[in-house]
Ligand binder design. Sequence first.
Ligand code: PEP
Ligand code: CO
Length: 474
Amino acid sequence: MSTPRDPRSSPKSTLPLQATEGWNPGVWRSSPTTQQPVYSDPVALAAAVASLRSLPPLVTSWEIDRLRNQVAEAAEGQRFLLQGGDCAERFDECASAPIAARLKILLQMSLVLAHGGRRRVIRVGRFAGQYAKPRSTSTETRDGVELPSYRGDNINASAFGASERAPDPARLVEGHSRSALTLNFIRSLIDGGFADLHHPEYWDLDFASHSPRGGEYQAMVEAIGEALRFMESLAGKQLGEMSQVDFFTSHEALVLEYEEALTRQVPHRPGWWNLSTHFPWIGLRTADPDGGHVAYFSGIQNPIGVKIGPGMSVEHVLALVERLDPHRSPGRLTLIHRFGREGIADGLPPILRAVAETGRKPLWVCDPMHGNTRSVVPDSGPMAGEKVKTRSFDDILQELEMAFEIHLECGSRLGGVHFELTGENVIECTGGARGLSDTDLGHGYRSQVDPRLNYEQALEMAMRIARRMRDAGV
Ligand code: PEP
Ligand code: CO
């Protein structure tokens, strides 16, 4: 993302574009769709959509192209992709502190990963639009009262009340505004004084003293500091001037009314672009090769992600790949697998082999979060007696380590990682250097949906992966 470039000075992409003959952004309407909000007032929906259509886009086709080129390089092993952010952003957290904290942790993780993997890192935030959630049940019942499930702030409110839970189309417009506000602040931070974060001496490394690996973590951070200083002296510049880092945005493109309204044509370039984000992805629950989401995604020019997971047959994955990337365009397709620590050894290899047999080379990314969620009822602590969703640091790390291994064994390459994380000091996942346990959950458990790694756990995770990449040379 960074500074919007003057299109005339941007290098033209040499990559082929999606063919869009016979396709239009409303194509999803003639296929079955799931996980869509049911709006009771069609007039209000039409007004919201008309408003969205008239508003400026959030990103440009030039930025999208740049990301697509970078994803193509990652698929060739020249870059590594880091994607991370909240499970669901919230309107009331569209505020300076959480946004800056999220950017800070992603930037720090990317420096650690670049150092370990000796490759440039593509930074993709799950932010500036991650406001809609698929749910496993469409209603929720409490004390005999049944209401629609909370589906993210773009759709309804999380409070358990009839008016709060009613899907409200005006929220789509509010979501667009909050995404724009988020993006505006992120662009300013990147262009401005955010370079301080390049100085590892300012990193919060308190947690390292709680870990037997503390010395190793300190040494790693010192080595990164030295490398940065070395680069600085070579370049003869302050890091401030070298801090033009790219950050891209992503969200699950779930609510097709919203995505359609932000899908545009641009002057002097062919095709249709989803200009609400650089990198939209299809969630596991909406990845039906014959469904509306896949029909919509098949015609947009963006690089796209698709979640791959338990229960998907090899034929299903091959059908997805064929429909979403029929022309085998470099950088077009990222497959994000999320089998869980227990499922990856059986689930992933047949898919890797089958895709390899087609001769395709998508970018492979591991999401070690969504297959490792468990519900616990802590017997003491702030959430004693309540059912709460959590994930363990060790399960997440183990799935990642297995993913690196399995890719190597199958002759392919893990080219990125996808995390749910926050830059703040919540306790939603267990484990990590501080040895957080089920009974600690609740000191700042703020997620309305899935549990996120906190600042320390996320930085530690990056250090563990970086070490793995450095030692194994992958
Ligand atoms: C998510 O990424 O928040 C999500 C719902 O993932 P999945 O589609 O893989 O379940
Ligand atoms: Co999630």
